[in-house]
Design a protein around this ligand. Structure first.
Ligand code: ATP
Ligand code: MG
Length: 433
């Protein structure tokens, strides 16, 4: 029997996991400057949480959900996205209460699951870093959310990015546009894909988002939602654009962009990369928008919201292709070489002591000859090599060599026990203050 990981999943091995940490830590640092705080919600939720919010004509709900009935016959789903669960938690934990200043600014990072055809940058288990700001209708939070994503990408040294925005307007706008779109699409009914035929009356906006080539040709001539914006929606969109201009953030407007989830309205946006990781084509690494009304849909009070999700796998593909991942840090302080089995106990004790002082230590676990141990110490790039041989065992000392400058000292074990940091300074030739 040969066991394999499930199709569309990946093992993230040491050597690569450090890259994930780098991105995650950078995101934590950037989000903190905007006062977004972490929320952790369950990996699985009730089916209804997603069918209600993501929309039951969306690709996600109709085709991509990992849903099943548990042993208690509850219909549950491995989360396909982050927003619905967070809104559920926001309502359930009453984060709308007066003790939580608005907007409530949240971020998350973790695995998402979609049953899709796996290809580069498209997995069945993938990871997102996302944010949600709940409780402000102001266009300033739309713009700050976009600016924060771009700031993160800047910190990560990404280049070749393009910000694309659009508006879906409010309820009134959507109603008017919906009808216009149906009127436009109906004469093309026979030429549309099966999916789009089904969606034409249920959710015509969805047709704009079709991945079918012929659908895409047809919708090129579709009416623009921008011609159907009502007063409020126009004002909101204008303010977003003006503020982006004031912050010096470049953008393009794509009036056909609708996004794959039903809950969006007003501002929607995507940040795309034309990295060679995607063969020079633009691929979306961050997508988001406003979702006023979603909180009510999930049973909470009227609460506007906006957020985005970043696909981590795609982001890392870009960073790899553009060679902007930091080199792996050599962070081994000490390698302890033990000569002969009689040194073993002292080596383990010494390692435990030095680690207790907060330094990284490695040693041999396979009774290998000193020569092999020294070789490993070199390969691991240890800052110092500590040797415990017969004479050290007798004298209760350790022999320490600074690999950077060749300086060698012999120090009593008690001194190491007291303050390994001071010993380290000594072998580095630094003055002890
Ligand atoms: P697409 O049109 O590429 O299918 P989407 O509209 O389904 O994207 P969202 O639901 O908005 O994507 O998710 C936000 C981001 O998460 C995407 O821009 C992408 O970077 C990432 N993402 C989405 N689905 C996957 C997947 N199956 N594998 C890897 N990353 C994904
Ligand atoms: Mg998708």
């Amino acid at each position: 029997m040969v066991y394999q990981r499930p199709k569309g999943t990946a093992d993230i091995l040491p050597g690569e996991s450090e890259n994930w940490h780098y991105v995650e830590e950078t995101a934590r640092r950037v989000f903190k400057t905007y006062q977004f705080r972490e929320i952790r919600t369950p990996i699985f939720e009730s089916f209804d949480v997603f069918s209600r919010s993501v929309g039951d004509t969306s690709d996600i709900v109709t085709k991509e959900m990992y849903d099943f009935y548990d042993k208690g016959k509850r219909h549950v789903v491995l989360r396909p996205e982050g927003t619905a669960g967070i809104v559920r938690a926001y309502v359930e934990n009453k984060l709308y209460g007066p003790e939580h200043p608005k907007p409530v600014k949240l971020f998350y990072m973790g695995p998402m699951f979609r049953y899709e055809r796996p290809q580069s940058g498209r997995m069945r288990e993938f990871h997102q870093i996302g944010v949600e700001a709940l409780g402000s209708p102001s266009p300033t939070i739309d713009v700050e959310t976009i600016a924060m994503a771009l700031n993160l990408f800047k910190q990560l040294k990404l280049s070749g990015l393009k910000l694309v925005i659009n508006t879906l307007g409010d309820q009134t706008t959507r109603q008017a546009y919906r009808q216009a779109l149906i009127d436009f699409l109906e004469p093309h009914f026979a030429e549309l894909s099966k999916d789009s035929q089904t969606r034409l009356h249920k959710n015509p906006l969805r047709v704009l988002d079709s991945k079918d080539k012929q659908d895409q040709e047809i919708v090129k001539a579709a009416p623009s939602i921008l011609d159907y914006l009502d007063e409020t929606s126009t004002q909101h969109f204008n303010q977003v654009k003006q503020l982006l201009d004031k912050l010096g953030i470049a953008y393009t407007i794509d009036p056909n962009m609708v996004r794959g989830l039903d809950y969006y309205n007003h501002t929607i946006f995507e940040i795309m990369s034309n990295s060679k990781a995607f063969g020079g084509h633009y691929m979306t690494v961050c997508a988001g928008g406003r979702y006023n009304g979603l909180v009510e849909e999930i049973g909470g009070p009227e609460t506007p919201g906006i957020g985005f999700g970043i696909g981590l796998e795609r982001l890392l593909l870009v960073m790899q292709a553009d060679s902007i991942l930091p080199p792996a840090a050599a962070d081994l302080t000490a390698y302890i070489v033990g000569i002969g089995t009689e040194a073993q106990t002292t080596v383990v004790q010494l390692a435990q002591i030095i680690r207790g002082h907060g330094f990284t230590v490695e040693h041999d676990y396979l009774n290998r000859k000193p020569k092999a141990q020294f070789k490993t110490a070199n390969r691991l790039n240890a800052q110092v090599v500590i040797t415990i041989g017969t004479s050290e065992l007798e004298a209760h000392t350790a022999h320490i060599k600074n690999m950077a400058n060749g300086k060698e000292v012999s120090v009593p074990l008690t001194e190491i026990e007291q303050d390994f940091g001071a010993v380290l300074k000594k072998v580095r030739g630094e003055s002890i203050g």
